[in-house]
Design a protein around this ligand. Sequence first.
Ligand SMILES: Cc1cc2nc3c(=O)[nH]c(=O)nc-3n(C[C@H](O)[C@H](O)[C@H](O)COP(=O)(O)O)c2cc1C
Length: 219
Amino acid sequence: MEKLLYIAANPKGLEKSKGLKIGEAFLESFHQVRPELEIKKVDLFSLDFPQMDADLVSARGKLAGYGYSLEQLSDIEREKILLMHNLANEFISFDYFVFVSPMWNLSSPAILKAYIDNLFIAGKTFAHTVNGPKGLLMNKKAIHLQTRGGQYTGTPMEALESGDRYLKIALRFLGIEVADSVITEGFDINPLKVPEILEQGQENARLAAKDFATKLVTV
Ligand SMILES: Cc1cc2nc3c(=O)[nH]c(=O)nc-3n(C[C@H](O)[C@H](O)[C@H](O)COP(=O)(O)O)c2cc1C
């Protein structure tokens, strides 16, 4: 059975976050079209996963660069690299991915980058080939729902946006098909229009969900 993983990178919770409300609208609409699909939600701010720290960088280098076996790693290196592989294995077991994040300082919350760092595993999620790197996560599909305080689309600020851009690049690098993002922006520069912008964002998310759900991944 196909499965959808909903990955939220917002510490504010549903009551306060506009993005998470847009995410719920997306899920509801998706569920109407594909009620048989299992949906799992993860909140990155309460998920326990390893950071790319000295132990993990060392373990990664020893395994990939120097051909060490797991047994040759220190206990803490082995523990962290196994946690990393477990997280990646779980991710790989899903077919659809919905990422929900706010724009923070021109990018995404750092926790989302830390999560993505766990997914870049040579030989598992991508391979080095004679023609360069190749993504191994085929027949999977993702979408990003992003909220922004300012207005970037159609303004000189557009080129500065690095959160949605990076996420799409990273997912495509891993071989995942990435649908058009649902961007809802201008919340903080139009405080009186927040309900209106939110409603439009939810409507855009509902429409995107229908499209995302009906164009099936080709297995
Ligand atoms: C730490 C932080 C940094 C932010 N940086 C930006 C930014 O660079 N550009 C922007 O347009 N909005 C920025 N914002 C505003 C949020 O993107 C905006 O309030 C958005 O609507 C939040 O969505 P949410 O309600 O789902 O959290 C920032 C907010 C926070 C908390």
